[in-house]
Design a protein around this ligand. Sequence first.
Ligand code: HEC
Ligand code: HEC
Length: 310
Amino acid sequence: MTKRIDQPTGTETVGHEWDGIEELNTPLPRWWLWTFYASIAFSAVYVVLYPAWPLVDRATAGTLGWSSRGDLAKEMSAAEAARQGVFAQIAATNIEALPANPELMQAAVSGGAAAFKVNCVQCHGAGAAGYQEFGYPNLNDDDWIWGGTLADIEFTLNHGIRWEGADATRASYMPAFEGVLDTGQIGAVTGHVLSLSGKAKGNAAGATIFAENCAACHGPAGAGMPEVGAPALNDAIWLYGGSQAAVTKQIRAPRHGVMPAWQGRLDPVTIKMLAAYVHSRGGGQKAAPARPATEPTGDVAQTKKAENDG
Ligand code: HEC
Ligand code: HEC
């Protein structure tokens, strides 16, 4: 165990020797040592400036007062402020006025798309195409059971459809014609219904039965009546199916679709955005032209009134 200088390298040995093999005490390279000292100096400064030593429920604060959580909070509150700004604007805008502000409408549509994924896809499907076998309507077409203006859709969402517990819910019930009409009459009127969309030849008996029993809700030509939620029967879009069997079934023992009221479950801004999204999907209808804010006076008013009455 004697230290000595190793001749070939000129380095001191540590004194260990195994079977004639000796361990040299080679000093650390300079560059390594200096990097090492520099890191120590760096950490000393860091510990003073930034949060470093873990304590029980937090770390030492550091003289700069910086924290990653604080950074995140700052970014989040900036994003939140921007979002709240848009929300507040949407909240303050009447839904029918949204399209006049394309930027706001776009924000509402994308907000609505996100809310749709959470609240509506289970019934209406991811693409809002609905499921006919369950009577969940397609929201992409321009056929509206309860009306397709932004205000109509917002109302439908707020109050639901045949939703018990929502006073203003959309509700109307088609009578069951089983027992009211005999089998021959049901067959005839089914034929007439199918003829409205060109699927069958018309028949006089069916047309009469339709006029007497169905036209009050579905309209004389079967164009439907959103006021009573009676779907159009003269197009190729069906809630429950346009086969002879499906139509007969609905006439005998009607199904009545139910949708929850969303007022109270979702906040008004989300509902407004959902209405904007649904409206944007396909054939959202335009609102009737707004009435002039002030009634025209004199002759103009007379002419207007005559036009309206005519
Ligand atoms: C009191 C109003 C009312 C009357 C009268 C009425 N219906 Fe209906 N009908 C409805 C409503 C409301 C629905 C939609 C039910 C729903 O949304 O679930 C409907 C749905 C239908 C459907 C299903 C349409 C589809 O897209 O799948 C058919 C077919 C139909 N009615 C035919 C008739 C015929 C034929 C008669 C007359 C014999 C008749 N209805 C009388 C209100 C009425
Ligand atoms: C529990 C199933 C269910 C859920 C969830 C649901 N809907 Fe519906 N929705 C229905 C049914 C059923 C009808 C058709 C009712 C009828 O027969 O009139 C309907 C009708 C509608 C209508 C009226 C369509 C028209 O032609 O007038 C709109 C708009 C609508 N839903 C939008 C939504 C939106 C937006 C959401 C999510 C917030 C949603 N629905 C969630 C079942 C549902």
